[in-house]
Design a protein around this ligand. Structure first.
Ligand code: B1M
Length: 211
């Protein structure tokens, strides 16, 4: 029985219990934790691509993301700190915005690229983003806005990051239904992503080029 292949198959089906079981069995027969993680990340890359092409839908991706996190809990203690993450992303829905389904999808697919994602949650004021940059020193700050009325908060947050002298230290990616590429350019964001798959791809490319 190839437990590594089974990990990938169960993960793709979103079966948390079986994914976890096969991760444990793979470790028992001597597959390295790094090999398991790499395989899981490959699966998440496929998931991201399928989601982008509408071959997978929101509930499926959320279930697969949960299975990924359950399996990651088994592997995490085995990963040395320095090999754990390729980079760090701080993510949140901006002040006044309580929508988190899209943000959580973005987060899950970003985790699937091998980065550490610090999730600040919803209704995140600019000051909290600034504080998080100081604390976690992320490579990228990701902001989600689902309301036309909260788009302005994305711009305000970028200004606050600038005021705090931290703008050069991070790249910024923004998205959410009312946000557009033009808006992103106008307010000085580095990247815009129309959906979670694209956001994860942008992060993957940036981190790979700069790590
Ligand atoms: Co609200 N809501 N909602 N809502 N809600 C919308 C967004 C709305 C379009 C509905 C409508 O009127 N047709 C409308 C916004 C109109 C506008 O401003 N243009 C709206 C409104 C008005 C409101 C309230 C004001 C309603 C009220 O109280 N009068 C209120 C505001 C609350 C607040 O935030 N302060 C409100 C409340 C809520 C609920 C709490 C009930 C609930 C949220 C639950 C939750 O998130 N936990 C809710 C929901 C569920 C929706 C709809 C129905 C679905 C949103 C969703 O999760 N979509 C939505 C209508 C709709 O979209 N059909 C609506 C699925 C999700 C996967 O898509 O979040 O767009 P989405 O994410 C996408 C992309 O946008 C992108 O990737 C994802 C897909 O891959 N993306 C990013 C998102 N973040 C990104 C970040 C990135 C990159 C891409 O980089 C960092």
């Amino acid at each position: 029985m190839d437990y590594l292949i089974a990990v990938g198959e169960c993960l793709q089906r979103g079966n948390s219990g079986e994914t976890r079981e096969n991760v444990i069995k793979a470790l028992e027969v001597g597959v390295s934790h790094q090999e398991i993680l790499n395989h899981m990340l490959e699966v998440m890359e496929v998931v991201g691509r399928k989601f982008k092409k509408n071959e997978l839908f929101v509930p499926e991706v959320l279930i697969i993301g949960r299975a990924f996190n359950v399996a990651l809990e088994v592997i995490s203690p085995l990963l040395a700190v320095e090999e754990k993450y390729l980079g760090t992303v701080v993510i949140g829905a901006v002040k006044g915005d309580l929508h988190d389904i899209g943000k959580n999808l973005v987060k899950m697919l970003m985790v699937g690229t091998g980065v550490r994602v610090i999730d600040l949650g919803v209704d995140v004021p600019a000051a909290k983003f600034v504080e998080a940059i100081k604390t976690y020193e992320p490579d990228i700050v990701a902001m989600s806005s689902l309301l036309t009325t909260t788009m302005i908060q994305v711009s305000k947050t970028i200004k606050e990051i600038q005021k705090a002298g931290l703008r050069d230290k991070v790249k910024i990616i923004i998205g959410g239904a009312p946000v557009t590429n033009n808006y992103a350019k106008n307010i000085g964001s580095d990247f815009y992503a129309i959906d979670a798959g694209t956001a994860a791809e942008i992060v993957r490319e940036y981190i790979q080029k700069n790590s």
